[in-house]
Design a protein around this ligand. Sequence first.
Ligand SMILES: Cc1cc2nc3c(=O)[nH]c(=O)nc-3n(C[C@H](O)[C@H](O)[C@H](O)COP(=O)(O)O)c2cc1C
Length: 225
Amino acid sequence: MFYETAKNDHGLSRPPFKACVVPRAIGWLSTISADGVSNLAPYSQFTNLTFDPPYVLVSINQGSESQRKDTTRNIEETGEFVYNMVTYDLREAMNITAAGFEYGVDEFEKAGLTKAPSNLVKPFRVAESPIQFECKHFQTIRLPGDGRVGTADIIIGKVVGVHIKDEFLLPDGKIDIVKIKPLARMGYSDYTYVDKVFEIAPSLQAGFSTDLAHGLEGATGSMPK
Ligand SMILES: Cc1cc2nc3c(=O)[nH]c(=O)nc-3n(C[C@H](O)[C@H](O)[C@H](O)COP(=O)(O)O)c2cc1C
């Protein structure tokens, strides 16, 4: 099948688009308002952008009344946010924080989550989450939309600090992703989580330098000789 997005004539009973780029990591973003109230919400239009230095991106649609969501407002007013990794075990708490609470409602409290202080930014981290990034707002790009929730604010943040719980670090220096069971978003209201990992070594025959192969792993600088 083929459909033109401007016509949206896919003919399916369910919208296919979001199910075509899966699984998507969920950026569970904590922020703090200018007057000090915490906010927490999940965003699956979220990804890392680069790693030297690391940046992340989140795309936040405007609400049904074309107003900016609380996360957007807080990031733009205070310049900071925290990415918290969502796990399978945290799925119900994450879902509670997605509810459209009024501005000024603390979703940590609503979901019964614990606040952990950050080192370099004001917003709290989700203590129950295994991995968190402390981020500073770099830039917002606004994408024009077609419908009431179509307009999106693409927020780019620079990662200034990374927390990883020691209990999820393996002796070989890798993170134990299978133990963490990261939750990911699919299309519709479907989710999945990582319970299997396998390795494909970069092919040095395909014209990669060893430095480039090392960079694909996320390392910066030259590979140790
Ligand atoms: C798993 C999941 C992923 C979501 N991803 C997005 C997203 O990428 N962009 C967006 O605008 N809303 C997304 N939402 C909806 C927001 O979480 C929801 O609108 C929330 O109330 C926003 O909270 P806030 O106003 O406190 O920022 C998602 C919801 C869930 C459950």
